[in-house]
Design a protein around this ligand. Structure first.
Ligand SMILES: Nc1ncnc2c1ncn2[C@@H]1O[C@H](COP(=O)(O)OP(=O)(O)OP(=O)(O)O)[C@@H](O)[C@H]1O
Ligand SMILES: [Mg+2]
Length: 158
């Protein structure tokens, strides 16, 4: 089982496609920690996840609202953006209620600027997006405590 890999993302469409593949393979309760500099492609990836889940609403970065909940797809999508928070402020968000599925329907939780988190879920997909040459991107994906077969992402990538 491949537990980590690097996916090369030459354009925005490929970032979106990576999100689509993930959205089609992840089960309810999965947490995705999205990391990377401003404009690295985090929201684009979440838009791909949303497309795979059948969410028609446009997915925009919840920079001011902190969390957007999309419930029209076949799994709920919880999209967070911690950009405006200091790490210690993330503690008051009670995010464990989402990842433990307490009082919320289990869905896919995608957290932008997850570097800010002071505490982590018991298992998660860690995706670090970074810039490569000519402003293309790459994604470093690590599975932490998850049994997903990353070889689904395409053999060109590993
Ligand atoms: N692989 C890629 N190659 C080139 N451009 C890309 C790629 N992926 C995404 N983009 C483009 O980069 C821009 C920023 O993307 P996006 O908003 O998804 O980044 P972000 O990481 O969410 O930014 P922020 O840190 O502001 O939340 C968009 O114009 C998007 O289309
Ligand atoms: Mg964003």
């Amino acid at each position: 089982m491949v537990k980590s890999g690097i996916v090369f993302l030459p354009n925005a469409e490929s970032t979106f496609q990576l999100g689509k593949i993930l959205g089609g393979s992840l089960s309810a309760g999965t947490v995705i920690l999205l990391k990377g500099d401003l404009g690295a492609g985090k929201t684009t990836l979440v838009q791909g996840i949303g497309a795979a889940l059948g969410i028609k609403d446009s997915i925009l970065s919840p920079t001011f609202t902190l969390i957007n909940e999309y419930t029209e797809g076949h799994l709920p999508l919880y999209h967070l953006d911690l950009y405006r928070l200091e790490p210690q402020e993330t503690e008051g968000l009670y995010l464990h209620l989402y990842w433990e599925g307490v009082e919320v329907t289990p869905g896919i939780m995608a957290i932008e600027w997850a570097e800010r988190l002071l505490y982590l879920p018991p298992s998660y997909l860690d995706i670090k997006l970074s810039f490569t040459k000519d402003l293309q991107r790459q994604a470093k994906i690590d599975l932490v405590g998850l049994d997903l077969d990353l070889s689904k992402l395409g053999d060109r990538t590993f």
